[in-house]
Design a protein around this ligand. Structure first.
Ligand SMILES: [Zn+2]
Length: 329
């Protein structure tokens, strides 16, 4: 049936939050889970998450209808908490998020929430998919990479309903963010337009990260470390108008080497040879900040690891511009 123990569902939540670049602190280890999620910039969100397996109900139900059986009725969230009502579909590896407002104190002998298989399939392919079910509820199905974007924008997302805006929202996922759907004059609501703009950027970021982590096999190109510490770094920094989200403008780096790369302490040339920026090192030494230098250089490879597919190799023009902007040449 592809159902997981509830404790394994918590593992999926934790890895989704981590994948999105947030840190989860588990405050309650039973359904509903209470998780404090914190990002690197000091933002912190309290999440009360109800989660169950999303399965086919069997019996006389339509072949393409999947459901979540709510074995506990979601209670209203406490102040400052985000209430999240989820299903996990293990075969598609996607979360299904229901509108919490519709399920708080839901009555009936066997409360459940439904979603069509088409939405599961689309979300697996497109990162996320918004669908409206027969009861008029807007449901968001998503890959784990979209989870924190969903959390932050959930109240707006569940308001979409059946409208032209819903089609434009889904276009952002279908086109991996390479669309002007958020600028369409059809969108009248200013707040909704802003949500769509943010989602477009997040989809592009997550897509870039996905491609880089896959190309570099989740391994730091400079030191070979994995351990879930990999970042997707841009070679030409994103603040430059010449930066792109192409895979050949990215490199997989661990958190330490990403920071050192962005600081211009370490870089690589067009032959992929790793170099320490001596001018930068001199400045650090002058301020008594060169401690740990020997260990730092000992862990560096001589040349960076490059992906198997030539098209994903860092492009020489990006390497050159990135080094100029970080004052490495
Ligand atoms: Zn590294």
């Amino acid at each position: 049936m592809g159902t997981l123990k509830i404790s394994l569902l918590l593992d999926h939540l934790i890895s989704a939050i981590n994948f999105c670049g947030w840190r989860p602190f588990i405050l309650n280890e039973r359904n509903p889970y209470l998780i404090q999620a914190t990002d690197g910039a000091g933002q912190s969100i309290a999440l009360r998450i109800y989660i169950w397996n999303c399965t086919h109900g069997g019996g006389k139900r339509a072949a393409d209808e999947y459901r979540v059986q709510l074995t506990k009725i979601p209670a209203a969230p406490k102040r400052n908490e985000h209430l999240i009502v989820l299903g996990w579909h293990d075969a598609y590896q996607v979360f299904v998020a229901f509108d919490p407002k519709r399920h708080i104190a839901q009555t009936g002998d066997s409360p459940s929430a439904q979603i069509k298989e088409r939405a599961l399939e689309e979300s697996n392919r497109n990162m996320f998919a918004a669908h409206v079910n027969a009861k008029g509820e807007t449901i968001i199905a998503m890959r784990p990479a979209f989870f924190m974007t969903y959390v932050i924008n959930s109240s707006q997302l569940h308001k979409f309903g059946k409208s032209a805006d819903l089609r434009l929202l889904n276009e952002i996922g279908e086109k991996r963010g390479e669309t002007n759907a958020d600028e369409s004059p059809e969108i009248k609501d200013k707040e909704r337009r802003e949500v769509m703009r943010v989602i477009k950027q997040k989809v592009r970021d997550a897509d870039f990260r996905d491609r880089i982590l896959t190309a570099y096999k989740s391994t730091c190109a400079m030191c070979g470390i994995q351990l879930g510490l990999l970042d997707a770094a841009h070679i030409v920094p994103v603040y430059s108008p010449k930066s792109t989200d192409d895979t050949n403008n990215g490199v997989g780096l661990c958190a330490l080497h990403h920071r050192a790369f962005d600081n211009g302490l370490v870089s690589f040339d067009s032959k992929y040879r790793i170099e320490i920026n001596q001018a930068n090192l001199k400045i650090l030494s002058a301020h008594g900040l060169d401690g740990g230098y020997t260990t730092f250089t000992k862990n560096l490879r001589k040349v960076i690891y490059i992906p198997a597919d030539r098209r994903d190799h860092p492009h020489p023009s990006h390497i050159k511009l990135g080094r100029i902007l970080r004052r490495c040449i």
